[in-house]
Design a protein. Sequence first.
Length: 336
Amino acid sequence: MSRYAKQVLFAPLGKEGQERLGRARVTLVGLGALGSTIANHLVRAGVGFVRLCDRDFVELDNLQRQVLYDEEDVRSNLPKAQAAAAKLARINSETKLDPRVCDVNPANVEDLARDVDLVLDGTDNFETRFLLNDACVKLGRPWIYGGCVGSYGMVMAVLPGEGPCFACLVGELPAPGSSPTCDTAGVLNTAVGVVASLQANEAIKLLAGRREALAGGLQTLDVWHNTNQIIKVPRSPTCGVCVKRGFTHLESASSAATSLCGRNAVQVVPPAGSTLDLAEAERKLAPLGKVRRNAYLLKIAVDGCELTLFPDARAIIQGTADLARARSLYARYVGS
Ligand SMILES: [Zn+2]
């Protein structure tokens, strides 16, 4: 307990709240700017179990805001889930960490959310948030939404059965390109830090059993224009998810290829259960150019793009945002 002395001393949390944190289990989806700050807070605060899910690897332009990573992680081509777990294990060896280098999709989201008390959103896209919302409402798991673009951000805890869900808040899935993204509007690391801290803050209240302290609405803020407020969000009486219990995002097939926010890159996802032997792939691809491989991934430059292949047979193809081109590169160099 001495590690957490300052926190235990804070009366509304106290020893009992701290003990609850130690027994708590969370799944964190996305380990970019929001996710790495959330993980840092929760692990330092003494949350007992943290599952770390991310599909991507660390790159130089992540370091401006993704606080768990450093230049050595970039040089080593580490997946974010592994780099984050290595750093967090050095911060607090008492927290059990479960790194997962994976795409969170309809095939696996329920398994990732089922055995935990809370799910946290560290993603950068509406598609995954609607998927998390479906899974968490279906399973009755609370989850905490966070979003940030430019200097603006918002946070809302979704408590299934008690309050509005994400679909009550935003309605339908917005059309691609209709809302600003970090790709088009940039993002301040300070704004991300505040939003992620508010998410971790709501998480700590929930996990410590202090629900009365939750914000009770949508928290919005703008760190450049100096505004912040809490907006009451009503539960929609006709919500397709939390009222009618239709889980269309869970039932849809995983997209075979998706464009990655801000990356000029496409992720190609093979059917669930696929595997790729990286050593075998290296042998096959070596005649085409220099292959770099570690325990978690393999990289090669071909046809003006960089292919990164993972043991679950996923590929991230950088240098194109064209889904059809990415799929054709995948078919050519990995196999369909
Ligand atoms: Zn709803």
